[in-house]
Design a protein around this ligand. Structure first.
Ligand code: ADP
Length: 542
């Protein structure tokens, strides 16, 4: 017997319609690429999104057509999110930090019909045009006064498209399993692969992401997503904020410490989210200038392991609550958040930090297990580590166009992360399976070594990688960047590890560098580091 409830599809357009009807005067504030600030409210954003949806229809972008963006976090990008998906087309957010050849590959693979871009990317687009085989039109996300001079055939002006339409437009209704948004994984090995989110899964994920133990969103929050809208939808915040009626602050292209700090203060931001490197820049700036936050209370840090030392500084010196989170593009992207449970209320500070350093327990909707090489489940004892497998309604069933074959194993998605799960349900990443250091048949966690290195007061950033060793297969070395003015010798840093790890985990060497390579998503690029150090000769190997 079926229940007797309304059968309404869960569509992305319902989020912005809700925000307009019930939080119509709540602001969206953006730092623009043209310079200066732009402010309006959800009601105006909804109007313009509908006008843009009409314009897309007039251009010939129909159901399921892919419409790409190369854009920072800003109000026009937000409008495109809703206009494209809301009208039944698919928004394909492209990471502009990828190499041009990679961008051309994914745009052709996705068969993008239109490309919307921020004017900062006009030179890149000009270079890409000859390689993009399916694109029928390019739209510069600006007004007539700032149209780029680059040679881009049939270039259209965003503001003119919007102004040419009225807002007499009803969002269409369709099957909520329709694709809404296409994101490519950065493909550190092999070609990038497309992850196609559905309307239905996007809404369910946004509900879950707003829960108190996740982002804890409400109509009282002012949210500044530092994590870009071109990387897994800024961790779903452009969907969650309208759902909750939260004010949004979109930082544009300037993500340095000073720009972010000023925006946090001037817009009275209460919640923010980003990868660890962003907070590194912000903390350096604030320390130098002896600054404090007046309104910011919570930051969500994920995308790569957040060093415990960073959690401590943000909480103790800056009075914030840090939420360490884990997820991946294939998971829309949220999987776990490290928050405390009621029974932890009275545990001591150090025990609390130990929990917060983990990646956390699953959000309702995500199920997980760890398995050994034969696929047998391992105990959740906080000691056994194995491959993390996940399943749930917002986790992929296959890559776009079947790329790479069936990714699932017995209905579970293998994440490629090597982890432990403790008896209380907290998952901790030991490594990405390809980054783990294999020494004498045993595994050494690169993340744990990095966390220790950056806890040293003179170290800003560190990577642990395995280098070839004739006897042990691999041995760990630390490649580190010192803080400005930071003084520490190789020997001193090595001594700092003593007593913190087993003897055979001790790094064999330390190399100081001016900066470390990062991927297009702001993570340490271990792949390029390993290549850089592939012929490195350890003195222990002599
Ligand atoms: P890519 O970086 O390949 O584009 P994602 O952004 O989807 O892909 O990255 C997902 C991966 O990032 C995870 O599988 C995991 O290895 C790593 N990751 C994400 N969050 C964390 C975290 N809090 N701690 C450690 N690793 C993390």
């Amino acid at each position: 017997m079926h229940g007797l409830m309304m059968d309404m599809p869960l569509l992305v357009s319902s989020l912005i319609r809700h925000a307009d009807r019930w939080h119509g005067d709540t602001e969206i504030v953006s730092k623009t690429v043209e310079g200066g600030m732009h402010r309006y409210a959800y009601s105006e954003a909804h109007k313009r999104a509908r006008r843009l949806a009409k314009a897309l229809g007039a251009l010939g972008a129909g159901m399921h057509d892919r419409v790409a963006t190369l854009a920072w976090n800003g109000y026009r990008h937000f409008e495109i999110y809703y206009a494209v998906a809301g009208s039944g087309a698919v928004i394909h957010t492209i990471n502009p930090r990828l190499f041009p050849e990679q961008i051309a590959y994914i745009a052709n693979h996705a068969e993008d019909k239109f490309v919307f871009f921020d004017i900062t990317f006009a030179p890149l687009i000009e270079k890409l045009v000859p390689q993009l085989k399916t694109v029928k039109g390019y739209v510069a996300m600006t007004g007539r006064a700032h149209m780029p001079k680059e040679k881009i055939p049939g270039l259209l002006c965003y503001e003119e498209l919007v102004e040419a339409q009225d807002d007499d437009y009803e969002w269409p209704s369709f099957d909520d399993r329709t694709g809404a948004c296409l994101c490519y994984t950065s493909g550190t090995t092999g070609n990038p692969r497309g992850v196609l989110l559905q309307h239905r899964t996007t809404i369910i994920h946004a509900y879950a992401a707003s829960l108190p133990d996740v982002f804890c969103l409400s109509a009282r929050e002012v949210v500044l997503p530092v994590v870009p809208m071109f990387h897994v939808n800024a961790w779903a915040l452009p969907y969650c904020c309208p759902l909750a009626g939260a004010k949004m602050v979109l930082p544009g292209q300037h993500l340095d410490g000073e720009s972010l700090y000023q925006l946090f203060e001037s817009e009275e931001v209460t919640l923010s989210a980003g990868v660890p490197t962003v907070w590194l820049g912000l903390l350096n700036y604030m320390k130098q200038e002896k600054l404090r936050f007046s309104t910011l209370k919570r930051v969500v840090i994920g995308g790569s392991a957040c060093p415990p030392a960073m959690i401590r500084i943000l909480q103790e010196d800056y009075g914030l609550e840090v939420r360490h989170a884990w997820g991946m593009t294939e998971m829309s992207p949220l999987g776990t958040f490290a928050v405390l449970k009621a029974k932890h209320a009275k545990i001591d500070k150090e025990a609390r930090y130990a929990i917060q350093a983990k990646q956390g327990f699953p959000i309702f909707g995500v199920d997980m297990k760890i398995v050994d090489q034969d696929g047998s489940e391992l105990p959740r004892d906080g000691k056994a580590f194995g491959d993390l497998m996940v399943r749930g309604p917002w986790i992929i069933s296959g890559y776009f166009k079947g790329e790479g074959g069936d990714p699932l194993r017995d209905g579970w998605f293998p994440t490629g992360d090597v982890v432990t799960i403790d008896p209380e349900g907290y998952m901790q990443i030991t490594d990405r399976s390809k980054d783990v250091i294999k020494s004498g048949g045993e595994w050494i966690s690169s993340i744990e070594l990095e966390n220790i290195a950056v806890a040293h007061p003179a170290i800003a950033e560190a990577a642990a990688i395995g280098v070839r060793h004739p006897q042990w297969d691999e041995r760990p070395i630390i490649v580190a960047v010192k803080k400005p003015g930071g003084k520490v010798s190789k020997e001193e840093l090595l001594r700092f590890f003593e007593g913190k790890v087993a003897k055979w985990w001790m790094p064999d060497d330390v190399v100081f560098v001016a900066e470390l390579p990062h991927t297009a998503t702001g993570k340490l690029s271990k792949l390029s580091l390993r290549q850089q150090f592939k012929d490195y000769k350890l003195s222990s190997a002599a």
